[in-house]
Design a protein around this ligand. Sequence first.
Ligand SMILES: *Cc1c(COP(=O)(O)O)cnc(C)c1O
Length: 358
Amino acid sequence: MHKKLFIPGPVDVRPEILEAMSAPMIGHRTKDASALGERICKNLQKVFYTDNPILLSTTSGTGLMEGSIRSLTTKRAIVFSIGAFGNRWAKLAKSNNVPVDKVEAEWGQPTLPEIVDEYLSTGKYDVFTITHNETSTGVMNPVEEIAEIRKKYPDVLWLMDAVSSMAGVRIEVDKLGVDVCITSTQKALGLPPGLSVCSITQKAIDQGRKVEFRGIYLDVIALYDYMQKKAYQYPSTPSLSHMFALDKQLDYILNEEGLENRYARHLEMAKITRAWANEHFEQFAAKGYESNTLTTINNTKGISVADLNKRIGELGYMISNGYGDLKEKTFRIAHMADRTVDVLKELLDVLDKEIAKM
Ligand SMILES: *Cc1c(COP(=O)(O)O)cnc(C)c1O
């Protein structure tokens, strides 16, 4: 039995999109491949609210996180972490020999603009990272406020992980001034895992050119240069199957559902889930900073999350336990991509019934 997925990636994928994944191959050095790449990039620019180029990488989101922090840092990076995925930026930097400092907020709390100001004002850094939506804690960062403070430091590159929120929440990349904004296909975009995408500014490209050892496969400058010269093609063979599917899904998001409706649906699902969480347990994220794409719930009843998931699994549903140290202390319900309000309500009913029996 297929379990309906309420985990923060991979998400359930609409049958039409799965079908698009199985379309026959085309040559990756053909005019058709260029046209496909161009259409995807132009449509992603609308989802990102950017006029800057979009790069595709045949890796999951972590690939572009690693590639961007390595290829673009000339001096020192500062990582503003609010959880497990924030910490990942610092690990990626360290293991690539990129000088890095990390400021970690208490889990459940956001990155406050004052903190960004405090660290950037030291002048020690030429890159900073922000997690837009921290999937371990269910916190969404106040990026508009961070963008205001950042105006004081226009030369420091802003790398943003929007892996679990882009296409589920409005993120106006150019207005915010984000230099590299990254997302993966298997979260709010609603595709299978295996491809990631990012926007990139000219400022980031110029800075990256000064970095001597950028690697090969994850070098975002190489991706950019090849794409520019070879009409939306890539240095190595991309996952064309993902590109077929992404092309189709972007058409659906932009022209059938519409971005506004998509954001509204995500918000509605978030409100319903939060209300349920606060009625029976307690939301983990600080009030006012809750994510619209997933809810992390404090396990105040001390139930066995593993047991709960087993019970609902037999009924065809799957939620997520807490991340890392929070494994049994919290659990997570994702409400993203093409999940509907009705199916979410179905899950919450099932949870009510099963929790009552525990
Ligand atoms: C899932 C996730 C990642 C990792 O992305 P992969 O596509 O699995 O590499 C990074 N950051 C956040 C916030 C995520 O939710």
